[in-house]
Design a protein around this ligand. Structure first.
Ligand code: 26W
Length: 820
């Protein structure tokens, strides 16, 4: 009843084959006789790209013609991963491509593997933006992504002698997915000064003068929707020297070097993605990136609006802008500046437009991640913006004072300017004041921001301004693409691939939970995915793992709050237990493979220690003959999107074990469950809603609750505190030098034992161990285990990013899909 190849772009394999050959022979100027995998990849990508372009153009024309309201998603990160496989699947052309490439003597997996990941993000926030683009296109929303075209994405991670080493990620060598728009440029101003003057009507106007100019050039990437011709645009800005700045005078007078230096300085702005995740370092270049990107994007948006010849007050009827965290908050100030300084609107009129336009999503409560910029830096880099921020703050504080006349403390607490030494601009507060809606990314997280960091603002604006939109993931990439066999099995039982467009259709699987034959097929697919990962582990690390063992996976950025240290302490505990067992007891043990992956920010010393410890534990455990298959410890190098697509479908158990209240949502938890893995986790972020949906009997929850965290932290008086005997044994093993020089790991141990244990590792250790024991027991009953997996998948419909985007569209953006 369903077909996989409806894409009318290529009628059959012969037609596609011809296109590939044509691109090899003309575009690439090579002969089919010396066409390697790289060339075959390029030609395949170009062939698909040709077909995408037509739909892409039509989508743009449709938007312009209907002048429907658009959503502009501003994100400093888009963690796209590879594009070819996704494009082939979304347009339903993969089967044709596969048979054509077969005939030409290529394996499609090898061809797909030639593409560099577009790794323009750190982790959760960037990948969420990528999932959103897929959903917005698939649901036919008129939507644009705006970001920066970094020359270097997130660094590549190598592990050398157990340590992380960073290698630059130059990914742009050949990128068939981007279209330089040399005609779409914007000149962006920095530095200089503000001069006030009077206009013809005697009104004071601000003129921002002097300083330097850098040019933004647009690069566009097509975003194909699934099973729809809608193809949206991701516009990324690249910086280059403004044409006037490349000084021919200098050039001719022998100052060639300095004129080239100017050019390089301009290009530096979009050169590199900052690799910090959840840490604000306050670097000037980062603020320059933010303004450069925001100003170029707004210029583009305003230019498009002006073409429609509508009145300014209708701006929010054509434009919704979503701020992905505070990184683009300057857009609030920039739009106000454009309206009052350039377009001559009155302050109040302009401000009403601004606040009706913006929505702000918060992604973290960690204090060290909340952006603040020194006032002095603003004054220097963006003098006019600082004046406008002062005015925004003045009017805001006046309104607060009116409503809370006797609360002086309130005024200093909510001021956009922090009266510290030096004074700082609080970007989150600016984003709240400049938006009509503020949302968190999971229920617990949205509750927490309303009762802690933004509590005063709830009092001031009322609870209606604050809302929750629980995160989601795209089932196209994270099930259909990453796990094709499972996708096919699901399709065969749920009435075809429509479940990819309405994920709640998965509930039809529930009737097969007790179906033996179905379970068997299900288990075979999981096993095959584990074999694939085992091969990958063998080929990259030369370690043999048993695919029948329980694969226990924790892959995400390395951070103390995510508690990879709790995991590795638990692994050490398991190892010590195995060592103490008799041969008889060992036979009863369920074999495990503990798999880790993730990058540490280059300056995050503790996170690097955690990586080092994991690797050292691995090198001891993996060659211990007493242990054999019972335990293997694997650290997979350079975790990224394309590796996630191999790792996630192969997991039996994944770990989402943050200190309660610290992980805003988590999204990999959703990916793992959707791929038929169970999870062990704390009551944090979206784990709580996953439990609500799939049932608490299908998840291994443990640990402290977020409402108890504050008290527990308080009770951990500085200095030594009681660590239970199990954890003490682990510490003793580490400090005895069993896993290499004990000094290397002193800080990891003493953070827990001597320095207040901020992340509550000791509080949760015993319940973690107990819960892992339950996992071992339950895994022995494979029939029951597989039933749980199937039941969980059947109940995961809620976590599609399609549901999430529909909520944003209705509650925040007020936009509708555009009929095709
Ligand atoms: C200023 C430095 C900086 C850089 C990135 C601060 C904060 C960030 C991000 C907001 C960190 C991040 O990726 N947060 C993650 O967002 C995901 C998507 O909502 C959530 O699922 C994760 O829980 C959250 O940690």
């Amino acid at each position: 009843a369903w077909t996989k190849n409806q894409f009318d772009g290529f009628k059959n394999k012969d037609e596609f084959e011809k296109e590939v050959v044509r691109h090899v022979e003309t575009t690439l100027a090579r002969s089919m006789f010396n066409c390697d995998d790289v060339a075959a990849y390029s030609a395949t990508a170009l062939a698909f790209r040709d077909r995408l372009i037509k739909d892409w153009n039509k989508t743009q024309q449709r938007q312009t013609f209907t002048d429907s309201k658009r959503i502009y998603y501003l994100s400093l990160e888009f963690l796209m991963g590879r594009a070819l496989d996704n494009a082939m699947l979304n347009v339903k052309g993969k089967d044709i491509a596969k048979s054509a490439l077969d005939e030409l003597g290529f394996r499609i997996e090898d061809i797909i593997g030639q593409e560099n990941d577009a790794a323009l993000g750190n982790g959760g926030l960037g990948r969420l933006a990528a999932c959103f683009l897929d959903s917005m296109a698939s649901l036919n929303y008129p939507a644009w992504g705006y970001g920066l075209r970094y020359r270097y994405g997130i660094f590549k991670q190598e592990i050398i002698d157990g340590y992380q080493v960073e290698v630059p990620d130059y990914w742009l060598d050949f990128n068939p997915w981007e279209f330089p728009r040399h005609d779409v440029t914007v000149d962006i101003q920095f530095y200089g000064h503000v001069r006030k003057s009077q206009d013809a009507n005697g009104k004071t106007v601000a003129n921002w003068e002097g300083g330097e100019t850098v040019t933004a050039v647009a690069y566009d990437m097509p975003i194909p929707g699934y099973d729809t011709p809608s193809t949206n645009n991701l516009r990324l800005w690249s910086s280059k020297a403004a044409s006037g700045e490349f000084d021919f005078q200098k050039f001719n007078s022998g100052e060639y070097e300095s004129s080239v230096a100017d050019q390089q300085r301009a290009e530096t702005i979009s050169a590199v993605l900052y690799p910090n995740d959840n840490l604000d370092r306050g670097k000037e270049l980062r603020l320059k990136q933010q303004y450069f990107w925001v100003a170029a994007s707004l210029y583009d948006i305003v230019r498009r609006f002006k073409k429609s010849k509508r009145a300014w007050r209708e701006f929010p009827d054509q434009v919704a802008i979503q701020l992905n965290d505070t990184h683009p908050t300057l857009a609030v100030v920039e739009l106000q500046r454009i309206l009052i300084d350039k377009e001559g609107l009155e302050w109040d009129e302009a401000w009403a437009i601004v606040t009706a336009t913006f929505g702000y999503t918060n992604h973290t409560v960690l204090p060290e991640a909340l952006e603040k910029w020194p006032v002095g830096l603003f004054q220097h880099l963006l003098p006019r913006h600082l004046q406008i921020i002062y005015d925004i703050n003045l009017f805001f504080l006046q309104s607060v004072e009116k409503r809370f006349p006797d609360d002086r403390d309130m005024l200093s607490r909510v001021s956009i300017i922090e009266e510290s030494q030096p004074k700082m601009v609080r970007m989150a507060y600016l984003a709240i004041v400049g938006s009509h809606k503020v949302n968190g990314v999971a229920e617990l997280h949205s509750d927490l921001i309303q009762t802690t960091i933004f509590k005063d603002f709830v009092k001031i604006y009322g609870a209606d301004k604050f809302t929750n939109v629980t995160n989601g993931i795209t089932p196209r990439r994270w099930l259909h693409q990453a796990n094709p066999r499972l996708s096919e099995l699901i399709a065969s039982k749920t009435g075809g691939y429509d479940y990819l467009k309405d994920l709640t259709t998965l509930n039809k699987l529930e009737q097969y939970v007790d179906d033996k034959a179905f379970r068997k097929e299900w288990a075979e697919i999981k096993y095959a995915n584990k074999v694939r990962l085992a091969k990958y582990i063998k080929s990259t690390l030369d370690i043999t793992v048993n695919p029948a063992a329980l694969f226990d996976v924790q892959v995400k950025r390395i951070h103390e709050y995510k508690r990879q240290q709790l995991n590795i302490f638990g692994v050490i505990y398991r190892y010590l237990q195995i060592k103490e067992m008799s041969a008889e007891e060992r036979k009863k043990q369920a074999p495990r493979v503990s798999i880790f992956g993730g990058k540490a920010a280059p300056g995050y010393w503790m996170a690097k220690q955690i990586i080092h410890l994991i690797n050292n534990v691995g090198s001891v455990v993996n060659k211990d003959p007493d242990v054999g298959d019972l335990l293997k410890v694997i650290f997979l190098e350079d975790y990224n999107v394309s590796k996630a697509e191999i790792i996630i479908p192969a997991s039996d158990l994944s770990e989402h074990i943050s200190t309660a209240g610290t992980e805003a949502s988590g999204t990999s938890n959703m990916k793992f469950v959707l791929n038929g893995g169970l999870i062990i986790g704390t009551c944090d972020g979206a784990n709580i809603e996953i439990t609500r949906e799939i049932g608490q009997e299908n998840i291994f929850l443990f640990g402290t609750l977020s409402e108890d965290v504050e008290d527990l932290r308080h009770n951990h008086t500085y200095g030594k505190h009681a660590v239970d005997s199990g954890l003490q044994k682990v510490f003793d093993a580490i400090t005895s030098g069993k896993f290499g020089d004990a000094n290397d790991f002193g800080a990891l141990v003493s953070a827990v034992r001597d320095h207040g244990d901020y992340y509550l590792v000791s509080d949760d250790f015993q319940s973690y161990i107990d819960t892992q024991k339950m996992v071992d027991e339950e895994y022995k009953n494979q029939e029951e285990w597989v039933s749980k997996c199937i039941r969980s998948v059947a109940r995961m419909g809620f976590f599609s990013s399609d549901r999430c985007i529909n909520e944003y569209a209705e509650e925040i953006w007020n936009i509708e899909p555009l009929a095709v």
